[in-house]
Design a binder for this molecule. Structure first.
Ligand SMILES: NC(=O)c1ccc[n+]([C@@H]2O[C@H](COP(=O)([O-])OP(=O)(O)OC[C@H]3O[C@@H](n4cnc5c(N)ncnc54)[C@H](OP(=O)(O)O)[C@@H]3O)[C@@H](O)[C@H]2O)c1
Length: 327
């Protein structure tokens, strides 16, 4: 496993990391979570991603209990969480980054994770109704109190990120250091175009998510939705359209000869492609079982094989222009 700096910070993150969205609690209990995390950690993963909203807080509880079981040295790994959607419907408690919610939110997350601090606390989405200045001050205070080491954004616009950085600079506060955007073969426009200025001018880091487009890029949805897959989970019907998109499935099939030529699986090809981008600090993977971790972590061996010619072939199959219009 190689490690990359999280943007301009001194912290280094494994180029592949592991997240718990959908999997922890819905598919995986504490014992299975511990096994999956251990498989990743043994292969060099040092970054474990979570969020308050995942399984309504239960994903943090599962990860916290798994960490307790694993008894790793706290200095040897990083844990992140995110706030925005909230766990309650109160007017000041959902879809917000107001000061009261952020401070109550981090306290709740730390309790569920059973940790003294998280390494990165993300604002899970932008909040158009709270002044960015209020959010920046609250995140600064959370860091000053030792409840988070760094803070970041997720799916904020480049303009919102720059505004937050500039407010922090003006008041000598802790700046956000990393974005968590979606980035995969089909969804790349924002990462590649909109955010470019933020990496180049501000040294912003990126921990990217959904590298396999929720599993479509593995090729396993080509004959319909497998019974043991994310697509078959109760309560996730909203993913069906994405996972049965005929046009995208045909493109995935067309990528198969390239994977064969490189001696890898489709999953490894899609993951290696994400890693090829030097502005990616870490690609956050997801796994519902240990075997997927083993397969996915080998993708770093494929990245050097992605020559400009191969990348062009991939772009032609994916039809980048069309995907950008849809993105
Ligand atoms: N900031 C945000 O708003 C945000 C949003 C989404 C995700 N994230 C983060 O990013 C992480 C990864 O996102 P994601 O789970 O959507 O990633 P993904 O890579 O797009 O999908 C992961 C899922 O694909 C299937 N899979 C993975 N490897 C496979 C393999 N080798 N063979 C067959 N199937 C395989 C598994 O599902 P099944 O086995 O169940 O089919 C796995 O849970 C999340 O856990 C979360 O931490 C952040």
């Amino acid at each position: 496993m190689e490690y990359r700096h999280l943007g301009k910070t001194g912290i280094r993150v494994s180029e592949f990391s592991l997240g718990s969205w959908i999997t922890f609690k819905n598919q995986v209990d504490v014992d299975a979570a511990a096994e999956i995390m251990a498989a990743a950690y043994d292969l060099g993963v040092n970054f474990f991603d979570n969020a308050e909203a995942y399984a309504d807080g239960k994903s943090e509880e599962v990860m916290g209990a798994a960490l307790k079981k694993l008894r790793w040295r706290r200095g040897s790994y990083l844990v992140t969480t995110k706030l925005y959607w909230g766990l309650h419907k109160g007017v000041n408690e959902k879809n917000t980054l107001n000061r009261k919610r952020l401070i109550e939110g981090i306290n709740g997350s730390l309790e569920r994770l059973d940790l003294d601090y998280v390494d990165v606390l993300y604002c899970h989405r932008p909040d158009k109704t709270t002044p960015i200045e209020e959010t920046v001050w609250a995140m600064h205070n959370i860091i000053e109190w030792g409840k988070a080491m760094y803070w970041g954004t997720s799916e904020w616009s480049a303009a919102e990120i720059v505004a937050a950085i500039e407010i922090a600079e003006r008041h000598h506060l802790h700046k956000p250091v990393t974005e968590q955007p979606r980035y995969n073969l089909f969804e790349r426009y924002r990462f590649s175009r909109e955010y470019e200025r933020v990496y180049k001018e501000y040294g912003y880091g990126t921990t990217t998510f959904s590298p396999l487009y929720s599993g479509l890029l593995t090729g396993k949805y080509s004959q319909g939705i497998p019974a043991d897959s994310r697509g078959a989970l109760e309560g996730f019907d909203w993913l069906h359209d994405q996972l049965t998109d005929k046009g995208k499935l045909e493109k995935v099939q067309a990528l198969e000869p390239i994977a064969k030529e490189l001696g890898c699986t489709l999953s490894q090809l899609a993951l290696a492609w994400c890693l090829k981008n030097p502005y990616v600090s870490s690609v956050i993977t997801g796994a519902s079982r240990v075997e997927q971790v083993h397969e996915n972590m080998k993708a770093s061996e494929v990245t050097p094989k992605l020559t400009p010619e191969i990348l062009e072939k991939i772009d032609n199959i994916v039809d980048v222009k069309k995907e950008e219009e849809d993105d």
